[in-house]
Design a protein around this ligand. Structure first.
Ligand SMILES: *Cc1c(COP(=O)(O)O)cnc(C)c1O
Ligand SMILES: [Zn+2]
Length: 463
């Protein structure tokens, strides 16, 4: 075999450990851990043999990752194309692939680019199987559960998560692929705070759906307590197995840009901050291996109604906030669990390359509606990201040079109710949204008559 051929099909390798981000304690990956047993800090997953990957040159790895796309090996069609960087100890035969990853990047047209202020690309993570990027992290976490069942004698698992809607859809979907006699799936939702489409998803996948009063942060506290005191597998992004899979977003962005990330800005909405953590860690992996020359700038976007990271960047002090209703409901989180990871990544690696901007609820809706009126299918959180890019440029937080990739985190249809409320001027006052007439659209009722419809449209007769 010549060159990199022997690396094309990944084999189990590496040595994975949980590593505490505070006390650096290391723990074997033979059980589910979410916080450090010594000090309570958050955990990362670290490959003690990461340096061995440098045995292959950066050009070699680029070739391997590029060629894997065309091998026709099913499990390499998803996030495990980047097996070495996700969970390299898990054999391919244990990988669960349900169609996630490799989402398209679509160029914004001239009109939309002008409205935003720069040409940009939208990466559609709403085209994952459960219609959000959460599938990336579930593919890794649930593949690991499968591996523990098949190879490590794990007999029973109860997977549980708190959710603003999309985590539960993804968890329920991926867990439903595993054997029912071994695996149960339970989701906790804040009652009335997920959309009907999102509620239908875990129900359809057969999960036990528990609705509790309050907001996401309240649900999160409960599942954290359950995970601490009972034998359950927590599937929120506090579980570092989730972060491993979500890093694939960065690998794909780099690959889709031909591994050239110079002057790149990636734009993401921030809720619980697992997403932005994974994105920063993902680019860092590539940077360490020499696959990219430069870390990108990361622009995080938050609503005025759920803005703890905005306040942290502004004041230097982190404090949880009490959230108010937001159309970017999937990011409506006042005390992001992964904040300590973000703070550390910024301090140690990203510095001024991490920028946060705040947008109003009206700006989020306008960002979404404008994107969708110009050929896109973007959710409210994607709209938040589009609006955030526009605002950061207008406020001079970013210079209009370089390349811009905006993440649309879920599918528009999960959040279509907010569009409906906008078109019907039906937002309760707490949202603070005053719809603009020119962005509204309503169906028109006309008689079933070609003539009437032609008259309404002002059509000119032929000839
Ligand atoms: C979960 C989610 C977010 C926020 O991601 P975090 O990792 O919680 O910061 C944004 N948009 C959508 C659609 C989501 O489902
Ligand atoms: Zn610790």
């Amino acid at each position: 075999m010549k060159g990199v051929d022997r690396f094309l099909i990944p084999r189990p390798r590496g040595e994975l450990r949980y590593r505490c981000i505070l006390c650096e304690g290391a723990f074997p990956l033979d059980r589910f851990l979410y916080t450090c047993p010594l000090c309570g800090g958050l955990l990362r997953i670290e490959d003690l043999r990461f340096e061995e990957l440098k045995e292959v040159s950066p050009e070699g790895w680029r070739e391997v990752f590029d060629r894997r796309r065309f091998l026709g090996v099913e499990v390499l069609k998803g996030i495990f194309l980047f097996h070495e960087l996700i969970l390299p100890t898990v054999p391919l035969e244990d990988v669960i692939y349900l169609g996630e990853g490799h989402t398209p990047m679509v160029r914004a047209n001239e009109e939309l680019s002008q409205w935003v202020g720069v040409p940009f690309l939208l990466k559609y993570d709403g085209l994952n199987p459960s219609l959000s990027f959460k599938d990336r992290g579930m593919a890794s976490a649930v593949s690991f559960i499968n591996y523990m069942i098949r190879h490590k004698g794990l007999e029973e698992v109860l997977g549980i998560c708190a959710s603003t809607g999309d985590t539960s859809a993804a968890a329920a979907l991926y867990l439903s692929y595993l054997p029912k006699e071994r695996v149960r799936s339970v989701v906790l939702l804040p009652e009335g705070r997920v959309t009907p489409a999102q509620l239908s998803q875990p129900l359809g996948s057969g999960a036990t759906v528990i609705e509790v009063p309050g907001v996401f942060d309240d649900c999160m506290k409960i599942v954290e307590e359950l995970a601490e005191r009972y034998e359950v597998c927590l599937l929120n992004s506090k579980n570092p197995l989730r972060i491993q899979g979500q890093k694939s977003y960065s690998y794909e962005v780099a690959q889709q840009l031909g591994w050239d990330t110079r002057s790149l800005v990636v734009v993401v909405p921030i809720g619980n901050a697992g997403n932005v953590t994974a994105i920063m860690e993902g680019f860092l992996d590539l940077y360490r291996l020499g696959l990219i020359e430069e870390l990108p700038t990361v622009l995080g976007v938050q609503s005025e109604h759920a803005n703890p990271l905005v306040l942290w960047r502004r004041t230097g002090q982190y404090r949880p906030v009490k959230v108010r209703p937001s159309v970017a409901q999937a990011a409506m989180i006042g005390n992001p669990v992964s904040f300590p990871k973000v703070a550390q990544l910024v301090e140690q690696h990203y510095g001024d390359r991490f920028v946060v901007v705040e947008v109003s609820e009206s700006e989020i809706m306008e960002g979404m509606l404008m994107a969708n009126r110009h050929g896109h299918v973007v959710c409210t959180q994607g709209g938040e990201a589009v609006a955030g890019l526009r605002k950061a440029l207008a406020e001079g937080l970013l210079r209009p040079e370089g390349r811009f990739v905006v993440k649309s985190t879920a599918h528009h249809l999960k959040f279509a109710g907010f569009q409906q409320m906008y078109f019907e001027d039906a937002f309760p006052p707490e949202y603070g949204i005053r719809p603009k007439d020119e962005l509204k659209n309503r169906p028109v009722k006309l008689p079933a008559s070609a003539q009437e419809i032609a008259r309404f449209l002002g059509l000119k007769p032929k000839g």
